[in-house]
Design a protein around this ligand. Structure first.
Ligand code: AN0
Ligand code: CP
Length: 329
């Protein structure tokens, strides 16, 4: 795998999920990453992504350099053509080239600004990283997608061992405007599986059709929950009224009573989770979220492993070409 920014970078999704499950059983399988450096750049905070990806890299023998852009590094200007007389002393055009020169793989977390839909959905910062980096790039969540989370989610669903599960993605209330990255990405992956997928949210929270076209939309949350095997909760801000909070209706909070409508469903969430807003204490305490978050290590390890393998094969091809050239001489 050359890069990892969405499901479209993955040749064989099933094999990648299997690889993640394999690493869960055999964490130290090889030291493919020995003497290689993973750079991780965060434009936004992270607990799980940062620690699990670092742990995954260690399991493969890699060293890790993590940088919180703007906190432990200089604040980075990401737009071209601006007069840099504000609070950002560093420009992304130099920063990415330089950071990538210190690393063998470069990982980046960007975030939606939620002001301008076109700008967020063009993935300007991630695209800059891909264009300017001297080494392969992977996403630690971008403005519109979170593929490492989704791979983890698919692995966690697979572990539950339910054939053709009914999976319900439910919107839930939250006090701050959040991106659509997690639900977009989840739908991108789960609709490629054998699951029946239903999305439920208040009107106005319809996701970009490119992600929801293969799902049933049900505006009645109780109806959606009927017979569900998996309930995946997440808040997101509006896509149509871009970045706006249209509802904070707490009747959408996932409760024990609502879970009773399901087929004894497992409750999933990517975390962090605001208790008694997204779901009640009882629901969270009886959920699979800890295993789900734990699985982030194995998903990241599978992705890093595939990217290191690709680099190694490319290196081998280069070496063979070099040898051929010398032989010819
Ligand atoms: C982020 C989001 O909704 O995208 C990160 C989730 C992985 N959540 C928060 O900022 C609370
Ligand atoms: N789920 C997730 O990506 O969590 P962090 O924001 O803590 O990395």
């Amino acid at each position: 795998m050359k890069q990892f920014t969405s499901i479209h970078d993955v040749d064989n999704v099933e094999a990648l999920i299997e690889k993640a499950l394999f690493f869960k059983q055999n964490p130290i399988h090889s030291y493919l990453g020995e003497r290689k450096v993973l750079g991780m750049v965060f434009f936004n905070p992270s607990l799980r992504t940062r620690m699990s990806t670092q742990k995954a890299a260690y399991n493969l023998g890699m060293d890790v350099i993590a940088l919180n852009a703007g906190a432990d590094g200089w604040a980075i200007e990401t737009k071209d053509g601006v007069i840099m007389d504000g609070d950002k002393p560093e420009h992304i055009n130099e920063a990415v080239q330089i950071m990538s020169s210190y690393c063998d793989l470069l990982a980046v977390r960007t975030f939606a600004g939620l002001q301008n839909r076109l700008a967020d959905y063009s993935e300007a910062i991630l695209t800059k990283f891909i264009q300017l980096s001297k080494v392969p790039v992977l996403s630690l969540e971008s403005a519109t997608l979170h593929p490492l989370q989704s791979l983890t989610d698919m692995m966690t669903i697979k572990e539950l061992g339910i054939k053709k599960p009914k999976v319900v993605l439910t919107w839930a209330p939250h006090p701050k405007a959040l991106p659509q990255a997690v639900p977009n990405s989840f739908l991108q992956w789960v609709t490629k599986s054998d699951a029946e997928v239903v999305v439920t949210h208040p009107e106005g929270y319809e996701l970009d059709i490119q992600f929801s076209q293969d799902c049933k939309i049900e505006y009645d949350q109780n109806k959606a929950f009927e017979g569900a095997d998996i309930v995946y909760a997440k808040n997101w801000s509006s896509y149509s009224a871009y970045g706006h909070i249209l509802s904070t209706d707490r009747s959408w909070t996932v409760t024990k009573e609502k879970m009773a409508l399901t087929n004894n469903a497992s409750f999933m969430h990517c975390l962090p989770l605001r208790r008694n807003m997204i779901a009640t204490d009882e629901v969270v305490n009886n959920s699979v979220v800890i295993n789900q978050a734990g699985n982030r290590v194995w998903a990241a390890q599978a992705v890093l492993n595939e990217m290191l393998n690709y680099e190694k094969e490319n290196q081998n091809i280069q070496n063979i070409n070099e040898q051929g050239r010398f032989a010819y001489r």
